[in-house]
Design a binder for this molecule. Structure first.
Ligand SMILES: [Zn+2]
Length: 625
């Protein structure tokens, strides 16, 4: 079952990043059977500040020695899936899991020592919270937790809904939810059957998972798993929760305006019986199983005239007959124009640009640094179209980040926080404006769309990027309340429906049965993948983009800016990237943007012309739900 395209790439890339750069957590999930307290019962070094420093040094040595061979195995597995590569990848993954769980348990002991060197303290923290699913150490608990997560994952993967009574698998039903030819009855059937068939059966297992994971988190010194997840942000878990809520409040008016406009369009299209003119929106009418991105229904809401921007990026690529390597060279050229060194020759020799004809591979785009120095690669199955052209820029953002911080200590070879790594590539992707396409000779100046097309350009983007925001936030907010016990198991589904109504302003198309477990029908819930990073990345990409445009001296509406060719931007960007995770993220953010807070103001500025237009359109409408 697929997740939204960008976010799926994001999570796969994060796995590659974590393997190659080894912050390890992504793999630790999959193999929780390994690693118990028995193995970590004794400490090798004295429980003193010096002992803690020696412990960290030995951890970093061990990881560094392990990481490159493990990354090469993982690369072989991803680019040639067969029995042997699967077996080896599983072995290395299990070994890495044992290491990371042992290190986390040990780190918890050293973390209690007074007078630690600040770097040692920072690295101990990273070892402790870098495991996203901590198993309890008592006999049999890790196996039980592993069995539960494996079972939930398998159920999700094999899940089916129905369409006109016929079974339909996950990726097909996801595509059909975006098919504008489907009737409201068909959409409701698909929505309800998917949630009933996939979510409800895992409800009992999910309760057990919450109990066990909380127990494991407690052993590592956290109140519960949600607290542990919120501990990776250089502030207290409470402060982090408040920060994300503050950021949401900044962009909420934009979401509400979009919601109000889209609701009216749906009401006009479907009539009052299907979608009322006021109140929440029916969740199955937004073109996506989870109503998380609405781009599929853009044709229903497109403004007359402005909807057509006059050129098509896919056509431009195909007219020029660009192949996968040539498309990637254009992406590289963007970074070179900022003053970054060209990609190494090995990148061009070793990357997987297109789908091989003769073997099974993982096509989901990802970016790698196999030796944590300069063995950079992308793994894609590039097709000559606009989506893949944008994705190339996104993936290269990961590669240039990886190379920029390659001089850092091993545990710092990652992004400033988990939102940063995804946001870098998206920042560059935002710069693929008509003006940029002129600069690189793909568009002639007379083909640049006039300002009267801006609303179409912006609305199309907002249907994905703005629509996603409340969803990006609520998935973890919901789970935090399960982990801390404020929502009791009998209320799991009601709480889900309530928070979806509160943040997204949507309602299920049909009455939910009392035994439902609708959140289980979203991959990241049974998959134990925390989600706030995607919310952060959505806002950060605009914050970075605005900083770059200001530094490049851009004058004019923000959404038309390209900072292509600005070496000053390149230097400032590099000042942030090269820090990796060596400093608290506000320091890294400041190095590039001059700001110490993540915020939504740049996104609000970017969409300001759309906001003004939406307010006109919404006049006389009841705002919100
Ligand atoms: Zn990514």
């Amino acid at each position: 079952m697929q997740f939204a395209k960008i976010a799926l790439k994001a999570s796969v890339a994060a796995l590659a990043v974590s393997l190659a750069a080894t912050s390890v957590p992504a793999l630790a999930d999959a193999h929780t059977e390994a690693g118990t307290a028995e193995e970590a019962a004794t400490t090798e070094f004295p429980l003193t500040p010096e002992g803690a420093a020696q412990f960290i040094e030995s951890v970093e040595q061990e990881y560094r020695a392990f990481a490159t061979p493990a990354a090469r195995i993982e690369w072989l597995n991803a680019t040639n899936i067969n029995f042997d590569s699967n077996t080896l990848a599983a072995q290395y993954g299990a070994e890495l899991s044992v290491m990371s769980v042992n290190f986390a348990n040990e780190a918890a002991k050293y973390a209690a020592i007074e007078g630690l060197d600040p770097d040692v303290e920072r690295k101990l923290g990273m070892l402790r919270y870098a495991i996203s699913l901590p198993a309890p150490s008592r006999e049999g608990a890790a196996e039980e937790l592993s069995a539960i997560t494996t079972s939930m994952g398998a159920q999700y993967g094999a899940g089916k809904g129905t369409l006109n009574g016929e079974p339909i698998n996950g990726s097909d039903i996801e595509a059909e939810m975006g098919n504008l030819e489907r009737t409201p009855e068909e959409l409701a059937e698909m929505w309800a059957s998917w949630h009933d068939n996939v979510g409800a059966p895992m409800r009992g297992e999910y309760e057990q998972y919450v109990t066990l994971a909380n127990e494991g988190a407690a052993e590592l010194g956290f109140d519960d798993l949600g607290t542990m997840w919120r501990s990776g942000y250089d502030m207290s878990p409470e402060e982090f929760a408040a920060e994300t809520e503050r950021m949401w409040q900044e962009v909420k008016p934009l979401y509400v305006a979009l919601h109000t406009y889209v609701r009216r369009k749906l009401n006009e299209h479907y009539g009052d019986d299907v979608q009322a003119a006021t109140g929440p929106i029916r969740a199955d009418l937004l073109g996506n199983m989870w109503a998380q991105e609405w781009g599929n229904i853009y044709p229903l809401v497109a403004p007359e005239g402005a909807g057509d921007i006059g050129y098509d990026l896919t056509d431009l690529i195909q007219e020029r007959d660009l192949d996968a390597v040539e498309m990637t060279r254009i992406g590289e050229q963007f970074f070179s124009s900022l003053g970054f060194e060209p990609l190494p020759e090995t990148f061009w020799e070793r990357s997987q640009f297109v789908k091989p004809a003769d073997r099974e591979v993982v096509c989901h785009a990802s970016a790698w640094n196999l030796d944590n120095v300069d063995d950079l690669r992308i793994k894609m199955c590039i097709k000559p179209n606009a989506d893949d052209f944008i994705t190339i820029h996104h993936e290269l953002g990961h590669n240039y980040y990886q190379r920029a911080y390659n001089g850092q200590d091993f545990l710092y070879l990652t992004g400033a926080n988990d939102g940063f790594h995804e946001a870098i590539g998206d920042t560059i992707a935002l710069s693929i404006t008509p003006e940029y396409l002129v600069q690189i000779g793909m568009l002639t100046p007379d083909q640049v769309p006039d300002a009267d097309k801006d609303i179409g350009l912006l609305l199309r983007q907002a249907m994905d990027k703005v629509a996603f925001l409340p969803f990006g936030l609520l998935i973890d907010r919901y789970r935090w309340s399960l982990f801390d016990g404020s929502v009791a198991p009998e209320d799991y589904n009601t709480a889900w429906t309530d928070i979806r109504a509160e943040y997204q302003g949507i309602v299920p198309p049909v009455e939910r049965p009392s035994d439902a477990f609708d959140p289980g029908a979203k991959y990241h819930v049974p998959g134990n993948v925390s989600y706030t990073r995607y919310f952060l990345a959505r806002l950060l990409q605009f914050q970075f983009y605005k900083a770059a445009c200001d530094q490049a001296g851009w004058e004019g509406p923000l959404h038309r800016c390209s900072f292509y060719g600005s070496e000053e931007v390149g230097q400032n960007l590099n000042a942030m990237l090269e820090l990796g995770a060596s400093v608290p993220w506000p320091d890294a953010l400041e190095a590039f943007t001059g700001e110490r807070q993540m915020n939504g103001t740049a996104m609000v500025e970017y969409f300001a012309p759309l906001m003004a237009w939406l307010e006109e359109q919404n006049e006389g409408q009841e705002a919100g739900w």
